[in-house]
Design a protein around this ligand. Structure first.
Ligand code: GRF
Length: 185
């Protein structure tokens, strides 16, 4: 049975989509702060761990690394905000994916997370945005793109309304990519 580990920092709606689609495959959830995603994991009876993001990047990565078993098939960063150093990336090459709420390479990179991404898309005058699932590399949001979903930006869209539209697509895209990579569902 394929084994998933999901890293989270926020409300966990992407985690919830994964749990709903793959109820028996999420081996554990790891958070870098106290967040509602941990409540979702607990409600689903999934082992959940909290690692303090105030640790130095190397120590944080080391703690997370120690929580992930060698037989893990896929690590999913689902709204995870800390930057991991390369020990995890080297240990699990091409097995760590991230979802970003824009059409990378546009509106990605250091500091581009949450509502700031959508505000940047609105400010840029783009007529579309969307979300991207990509492999995690040592370059923030720079890993190989696996799949994208596009969302039209309406003239009256705000960063908040765009965020909600994109988030709905994130859930579907992430589940579709995991299904393809694991060959399940
Ligand atoms: C999502 O917008 C995701 O793209 C970004 O952080 C947000 C997490 O949302 N990386 P949630 O915690 O999954 O609800």
């Amino acid at each position: 049975m394929p084994k998933l580990v999901v890293l989270v920092s926020g409300s966990g709606t992407n985690l919830q989509a994964i749990i709903d689609a793959f109820p028996t495959q999420v081996a554990s959830v790891i958070a870098d702060r106290d967040c509602y995603a941990l409540t979702r994991a607990n409600s689903a009876g999934i082992p959940a761990y909290l690692v303090d993001r105030k640790l130095h990047r190397h120590d944080l990565s080391q703690r997370i690394n120690a929580l992930i078993p060698d037989d893990c098939d896929l690590i999913v960063l689902a709204g995870f905000l800390s930057i991991l150093d390369n020990q995890l990336i080297q240990r699990f090459p091409q097995k760590i994916i991230n979802i970003h709420p824009s059409l990378l390479p546009r509106h990605g990179g250091a500091g581009m997370w949450g509502i700031k991404v959508h505000q940047a898309a609105i400010n840029s005058g783009d007529n579309e945005s969307g979300c991207t699932v990509h492999y995690v590399s040592e370059e923030i949001d720079g890993g190989a793109i696996i799949a994208q979903a596009k969302v039209a930006i309406a003239a009256d869209d705000t960063a908040e309304s765009l965020q909600q539209k994109v988030l709905a697509h994130e859930h579907k895209l992430l589940v579709a990519v995991i299904s393809k990579l694991l060959g399940v569902n």
